[in-house]
Write a protein that binds this ligand. Sequence first.
Ligand code: ATP
Length: 243
Amino acid sequence: MIPKTHPRKKSLDIRHRLVNGFKQGLVAHAGLIAHGRGEAFDYLIGEKTISEARKAEEAAVALLLLAKKPVISVNGNTASLCPREVVQLAKTVNAGIEVNLFYRGRGREKKIAAILKKAGAKKVHGVGVKTKKIKNLASPRALIDTALWESDVVLVPLEDGDRTEALAAMGKKVIAIDLNPLSRTAQKATITIVDNIVRAMPNMIALAERLREEKREKVDRYVTSFNNKRNLAAVERLIRKSL
Ligand code: ATP
């Protein structure tokens, strides 16, 4: 238990959630290391939602609301840090939920699906046999469920670059949440949210509740006025300036 007065309480609490997730078999060894890379970038952006992230979150939520078949792809870190938020966002934008792991194992898939179901998910895709295969992706993650195969917009928090690129090459619009604006994922996604997933998801739920009441033209404008390359360049400038 971290004392309330500890200056790094929030950050340490998040670490503990991941360590617990690891002990429960949800998070892979490498997931803990990936979190460390994220933490370093979070430090550089001031551990807050910067205005560029806010704009990306608006565009991302608008894109999810306009999608025909949106899917949220969940890995072990995401399931440990914000299972309730994944389910709530999926309900608000009417998206499917799919488990997708870099380090695959039927046991871990089932555990992640169980956490999501406990958080209120009715259906979780991607557990067990997968019949579809993403082209040009040399990893077991190329095998996917029909939900992801048929999707037009995919939210991939904490994804790797290869799969982001492969999903984009399939014609899907890819929304990434990634604290590292330099990662291949950040560079290849249609919309990159440079924010910590624990802040981004609640922000996106609140935005989805607001934007789904708006007229379609207004929702459209959030997407058409957003430029991912420009947004990422602005994040990089902010990081350099803050140093
Ligand atoms: P890429 O293949 O895209 O270049 P990578 O190899 O740098 O990615 P991975 O280990 O595949 O990184 O994925 C981890 C990514 O997730 C890192 O870029 C890290 O910044 C990001 N990340 C880790 N924890 C969080 C978090 N809590 N919120 C947002 N992003 C995070």
